[in-house]
Design a protein around this ligand. Structure first.
Ligand code: GLP
Length: 256
């Protein structure tokens, strides 16, 4: 796990943008895994700008989003499908047939989940996966307790997750209690992973993801098992790491 700390949320977005540009310019047919939430919004704004100025194209790219609420159709304003159109897809040239988001209205959610993992495999697997981090250290919608070998599947959302995401349901819709999420096992198969976290509310989740021994109770800690993970943070999100820069094994040594 490489941990990079930048001065501000804008600088974090600059770093992540530059990594995605590098990926797309190196391999235009890249398979990208994409997150939603507030944290990646400035990354998408930068990618749209880079598309407009001819720096990148998504024409040959394939995308797989991490998750979608069960019960929300793609036209619902709080769906992740609507989020992706608003922040990225309406503004770039990624063909609709190569943009994938789980169908929150699927009549058979288990079949939808299995088909999603098959589609990722058929596309050759994800070359670069971008992740945000929940305040309880969830990744995608893999809540505490999720199996590290889990595949894409229907999941129950934690109460704290529903509370954190209630702000997106401004039309009076009750936030869904379930979602379809890429599994942790699916996530770990991505060849390269970037996790971004900004702001003081993420500091404890970041500390647990980076410093605790991998445990199901901290879904983000599974990323320690991946060969290529970069964690990029602003100062606020890294604030609980800075006093503990040595590995945990050294911290535990008794003074000589
Ligand atoms: C949601 C998404 C996650 C995202 C998390 C953090 O729960 N399912 O993929 O990482 O929110 O969101 P934010 O960036 O708004 O803090």
């Amino acid at each position: 796990m490489e941990v990079i700390v930048r001065a501000s949320a804008d600088a974090v977005a600059d770093y992540v943008h530059d990594r995605i540009v590098e990926q797309l310019r190196g391999v235009p047919s890249s398979v990208l895994g994409l997150p939603t939430g507030g944290t990646p919004v400035p990354v998408y704004a930068r990618l749209v700008e880079s598309y407009r100025t001819g720096v990148i194209s998504f024409k040959q790219a394939t995308t797989f989003n991490l998750d979608e609420y069960i019960g929300l159709g793609s036209e619902h304003p709080a769906s992740y499908a609507a989020y992706m159109r608003h922040h990225l897809f309406d503004h770039v040239d990624c063909p609709a047939r190569r943009r994938h988001i789980p169908d929150g209205l699927a009549s058979d959610v288990d079949a939808e989940a299995a088909a999603y993992d098959r589609a990722i495999a058929n596309a050759g697997g994800m070359g670069l996966l971008l992740l945000g981090l929940g305040e309880n250290a969830h990744i995608g919608f893999n809540e505490p307790g999720s199996d590290f070998a889990s595949r894409t599947r229907p999941v129950d959302l934690a109460a704290s997750t529903m509370a954190a995401n209630a702000r997106y349901f401004t039309d009076g819709t009750r936030p869904p209690t379930r979602a379809l999420s890429m599994g942790i096992g699916t996530i770990l198969e991505a060849r390269s992973i970037i996790v971004m976290a900004t702001g003081p509310r993420k500091a404890e989740a970041v500390r647990r993801m980076v410093r605790e021994a991998p445990t199901n109770e901290v879904p983000g800690s599974a990323l320690q098992l991946s060969r290529d993970v970069t964690v990029v943070l602003d100062h606020a999100a890294s604030s609980k790491l800075e006093r503990h820069l040595r590995p945990p094994c050294q911290q535990q040594q008794a003074p000589q």
